[in-house]
Design a protein around this ligand. Sequence first.
Ligand code: NAP
Length: 271
Amino acid sequence: MSDHVFPAGELMKGKRGLVMGVANKNSIAWGIARQLAAQGAEIAFSYQDEALERRVRPLVESLPCEPFMVQADVTDDASMDGCFKALQDKWGTIDFLVHAIAFAGKDELVGSFTENTTREGWRRAMEISAFSFVDAGKRASRLMPNGGAMVTLTYLGSERVVPSYNVMGVAKAALEASTRYMARDLGPHGIRVNALSAGPMRTLAMAGISGGKALMKTGREWSMMKEDTKMEGVAGAALYLLSDLGHSCTGETLHVDAGFHAVAVPDMADE
Ligand code: NAP
């Protein structure tokens, strides 16, 4: 995975926000956070539990901004209340939200969607992967009296069938539709809401999907650019959407996948 961070700048100077979903140095949320910090952002990081806090703290402490970590399990209202209260107590207002959280059970990320999707599995995937953005977005918007920007992470499995992605594809479709409804509600308040549809990247979440390696290989071979999706491309797009560069862009699902999403048929040899 590329380690590239764009040259330091001031695109995010004076902006504060919450990044949700850093599990380790390969997390998409971490790639985005590094770019935001290099552009002068002040960042709060949420972590799900104490074990994760211990793992993520050294990363957070390596950034050029003051380390600020808050606990937030998106399935627990009290925990979400505590997270946003901590933000309000420390900063009063915020300017951006990065939501990079998803979960589905291993047994559901394999084989037949029709056979393997259970009521509980559906509920859990939808709650953690889609509703959590609506909930965090609502809470964040209350701390954005001067406007702001929100980004969530999605994947092409929402629009097209991807083997094994199954219930997560359905949750991502709900996430993208939620993004548009949130953008409509929050637009008049100067808050932009967008989704970033990233191509496959080697992260913990990806490791949970059966056939993840094959997905990456196909992504590379079928893509217009014949290469893996790069973290700096995804982080750069997030920087665009979260900074004033992204003014007037809202309700959008932006694909950053080396062009894979627009290909219907792979290259074929002439007969
Ligand atoms: P990751 O590093 O594993 O990040 C996923 C994060 O979700 C982890 O920090 C995880 O925390 C968190 N999470 C899960 N359940 C949670 C809960 N109940 N409360 C709070 N946090 C919770 O993987 P990633 O690939 O960067 O994933 C980030 C986002 O990008 C996801 O929405 C994913 O679907 C999306 N995405 C990934 C790819 C890809 O190829 N990797 C492509 C497109 C989109 P724990 O570790 O504690 O569970």
